[in-house]
Ligand binder design. Structure first.
Ligand code: BTN
Length: 244
C-alpha cells in the first residue's frame, strides 16, 4: 500500500516512500523558511531516536515529522513532545491496543511494556522564542515484529487495527489540538501515563535520582519524591528510566 494516503490536515503534507529520516527532511524545510508541514515516510534508512540511538524504521511503520513555529520560548518545547506522546497513545487506543506513556515520551503496551512508538523533538530558537520546532514520531503500526528490536512490538502484533492512514490522521489531529492549547496537554498526559505513582530510578548526567514519581509539571518535567525531598528531572536529562 502506498504511503501517499491523503491526510486531511491543517498542514501541508509531503509523502515519501522512503527517506533517510523525516526529521532531517523537515529540518531542510525549516531552514528554507517553511512552517506547518508534515513529512511522512513509508520507511526510513537512517531513522534517529533519542540520545543518538538509531530508530529501526521498517516498511509498515508510521514515520512522521511535524514542523511548526509555536510562539513560545524554547523552555516550553518539552510540552510539545508530551503532546505527541498523548497523540500516539490515543491513536493506539483507538486502534484497540492498550497503550500507556512512560515518561518522557515512550509509548508502550500496558503490562508487557513493549515499545510501540517514540518521539524525537528537535528545535532551533533564540532565548525567548522558538524559531522552528520539529516533532518526529515513529510508530510501529503495520509492522512484523521480526523486523523490530526485542523490546518492541507493533499495533498489528498486538491485535490492533493497523490502518496507517487512520493512525497518522489521528496523530496529526491530536497534536494540532494540543499545539494550539499546550497547557491542556498535561492533564491528558497524566491520564495515559504509567510512570506516575511508581518507584523509579532515573539516570541523568548529574547522577541517579531515585524515588516515587509523583507528578509531571509544565512543561514536562518529572517530579520525583526522594528521601531528600522532591527533585525535578527534565526530560532532556533522562538517560534511562526504570522501575526502582
Ligand atoms: C525514541 O524513542 O528514541 C524516539 C524515536 C523517534 C523516531 C522518529 S521516526 C520519525 C522521525 N524521524 C527520525 O529520524 N526519528 C523520528
Amino acid at each position: 500500500e502506498a504511503i501517499a494516503f491523503g491526510l486531511d490536515a491543517p498542514y501541508a503534507v509531503e509523502y515519501h516512500d522512503r527517506l533517510p529520516s523525516t526529521n532531517d527532511r523537515a529540518r531542510e524545510l525549516a531552514v528554507d523558511g517553511a512552517t506547518d508541514r508534515v513529512v511522512v515516510a513509508g520507511e526510513q534508512t537512517g531513522g534517529r531516536g533519542r540520545l543518538d540511538r538509531p530508530w529501526s524504521s521498517p516498511s509498515g511503520g508510521v514515520y512522521a515529522s511535524l514542523l511548526c513555529r509555536p510562539e513560545r520560548p524554547p523552555a516550553h518545547v518539552p510540552v510539545f513532545t508530551l503532546a505527541a506522546a498523548v497523540a500516539v497513545t490515543r491513536a493506539c487506543r483507538e486502534a484497540g491496543v492498550d497503550a500507556v506513556i512512560k515518561w518522557p515520551n515512550d509509548v508502550l503496551v500496558a503490562g508487557s511494556e513493549r515499545k510501540l512508538a517514540g518521539v524525537l523533538t528537535e528545535m532551533e530558537g533564540e532565548a525567548d522564542r522558538v524559531s522552528w520546532l520539529i516533532v518526529g514520531i515513529g510508530a510501529n503500526v503495520d509492522v512484523d515484529t521480526t523486523d523490530l528490536p526485542e523490546t518492541a512490538t507493533s499495533v498489528r502484533a498486538e491485535g490492533g487495527n493497523a490502518d496507517r492512514r487512520r493512525f497518522c490522521q489521528r496523530i496529526v489531529e491530536t497534536f494540532h489540538e494540543y499545539r494550539t492549547d499546550p497547557e491542556a496537554t498535561l492533564p491528558a498526559w497524566r491520564e495515559h501515563a504509567v510512570t506516575l505513582g511508581r518507584a523509579v530510578r532515573v539516570e541523568t548526567p548529574g547522577g541517579v535520582v531515585e524515588g516515587e514519581a509523583v507528578d509531571v509539571e509544565f512543561p514536562g518535567a518529572l517530579v520525583v519524591r526522594t528521601a531528600d525531598g522532591d527533585r525535578v528531572v527534565h526530560a532532556g536529562d533522562c538517560e534511562h528510566l526504570r522501575p526502582a
